[in-house]
Design a protein around this ligand. Structure first.
Ligand SMILES: [Zn+2]
Length: 212
């Protein structure tokens, strides 16, 4: 069931233009293991058996499956092991998030929707080579107290309690990045103060996570 849901979300991610080719990857917690999309596999040809399973307690990430897990399994693994609030992770290279990440620009409180990611900004991590433990460490630091981050000169990560929630956040993050980029071209946004974001955080807690 969860495997089928991962495949459906991969197809939806490409359909929505959030990802191009096979650069993105999706994971979901399954008991004390993590299911993750395999490396370099065309989503339209992906079957449930092809999804790799990794023990969350094993730092070396020994996997089960016919195909190697995504080359980015390390940060999925590190985030899921460190964050009990996270059951699903979406990683992709959408255009506007990646454009900001290439400029190493975090997203400030230019719109109240930034609060759905947990605070007054979405950070951009430091740079590290894809697939490395160094990148995992950078991602974990940028995600502290947040449910999304940009990865320097690379892309983005969105987290969720469910696959739907992680994909919702990934979609909203790309919309916010697009809006922020356009705003920068007309002189730049007015940034909301901490009180406005704190109030929004209270409203989000009241209305529920996907109702803002
Ligand atoms: Zn990537």
């Amino acid at each position: 069931m969860l495997r089928a849901e991962i495949i459906a979300q991969c197809l939806a991610m490409n359909e929505a233009g959030l990802n191009h080719g096979v650069s993105g990857n999706i994971s979901a917690r399954c008991g004390d293991r993590m299911l993750i999309t395999p490396s370099g596999t065309d989503y339209t040809k992906m079957t449930r058996e092809m999804i790799a399973s990794i023990d969350l307690g094993d730092p070396e990430g020994a996997f089960e499956g016919p195909l190697k897990p995504s080359s980015e399994w390390r940060f999925h693994h590190a985030i899921m092991a460190a964050r009990s609030d996270v059951n699903s992770i979406v990683h992709a290279h959408p255009i506007y998030c990646t454009a900001l990440a290439m400029a190493r620009k975090p997203i400030p409180a230019a719109h109240y929707m930034v609060a759905i990611f947990g605070g007054a900004d979405v950070r951009c991590s430091g740079y590290a080579t894809f697939g490395t433990k160094a990148l995992s460490d950078e991602a974990l630091a940028a995600l502290d107290g947040r449910t999304a981050c940009l990865l320097a000169n690379h892309g983005m990560i969105a987290l969720g309690a469910t696959l739907d929630q992680a994909m919702w956040r990934a979609t909203e993050l790309e919309v916010l990045a697009h809006q922020y980029c356009v705003s920068l071209t007309i002189g730049g946004p007015v940034i909301l103060d901490d009180a406005a974001i704190d109030e929004t955080l209270v409203e989000i807690a009241t209305y529920g996570k996907q109702d803002v």
